[in-house]
Design a protein around this ligand. Structure first.
Ligand code: TMP
Length: 251
């Protein structure tokens, strides 16, 4: 019988670690912004983020990126490999927005060529500060080799997602990854959803991510439903989905 070794409760997810090297991530309906200062619950958000994460993590896994994803185990939970999360937010930016706009004074949506790569320390009490690689070494959060792998994982995954999302008429402005450590390797972990990236309609520039909540621009649930609708129309994701449901039925 599987025994819970630990349960971690985050702002938008609950993680149960089992004693067999697996973990289950439950996507909650909670949404927060501004380091938890703004909070709301939208019934159904967890299911939407779980489904979008499933599609995007499975896509990356299928394209050769090592991720923690194994399968979606219910509408709002995924089964993943248990990893030790490195306390870094790894951000890749294709266009200027958000904190980069504030830090540099560059106009919104200035192209970032090449993409900008950033690391933030996951420490709510410090306000998640920007770190450089020397700071990461000083804090002993990752080795020099791991830092190289993290950078390669983040930039290659972000580039693949940027191209994929373009086929869903979504411009990927920036996104945040988390990286997990197993005994032998580093894996892309956590979720990939409109909670953790900025998406704009490629034609109109309409905001299609958590910025609608951060900035009170539109209703969150219909926005996320629209992103999922577009993803589900991308042929590569449709065939991946078919093969996942076939192997789910067989197992
Ligand atoms: P930023 O412009 O606020 O630094 O955010 C960059 C990207 O990282 C954006 O897509 C939102 C995402 N992000 C998170 O997912 N979680 C966070 O805690 C922060 C600060 C940003």
């Amino acid at each position: 019988m599987l025994v819970h070794a630990a349960v971690y409760e985050g702002k938008a997810k609950r993680v149960r670690i089992f004693d067999d090297g697996l973990a289950e991530i439950e996507f909650k309906d909670d949404v927060t912004a501004g380091n938890g200062l703004k909070h709301a619950v939208f019934v159904g958000k967890g299911v939407l983020c779980c489904r979008m994460s499933e599609l995007l993590l499975a896509y990356l896994q299928h394209s050769g990126t090592p991720t923690h994803f194994l399968r979606r185990s219910s509408l709002s939970t995924m089964t993943v490999r248990a990893v030790q999360i490195i306390p870094l937010e790894v951000v890749v930016r294709f266009e200027v927005a958000g904190s980069l706009e504030k830090r540099t004074g560059l106009p919104y949506r200035t192209p970032c060529v090449p993409p900008v790569y950033e690391l933030y320390f996951k420490r709510d009490d410090l306000g998640d500060p920007l770190l450089n690689e020397h700071h990461v070494r000083l804090l002993n959060l990752a080795t020099t080799d791991e830092l190289r792998t993290i950078r390669e994982l983040a930039l290659s995954s972000a580039t693949k997602l940027h191209a994929l999302l373009q086929r869903a008429q979504l411009a990927l402005i920036d996104l945040k990854f988390e990286i997990g450590r197993t005994d032998s390797s580093l894996l892309l972990a956590d979720e990939i959803s409109p909670d953790t990236c900025r998406l704009r309609d490629v034609v109109t520039g309409q905001v299609l991510d958590k910025d609608v909540f951060r900035r009170d621009l539109a209703e969150l649930l219909p926005t996320y439903q629209e992103v999922l609708r577009r993803l589900e129309q991308v042929p590569e994701l449709q065939s991946l989905d078919r093969s996942m449901s076939r192997s789910g039925k067989e197992s």
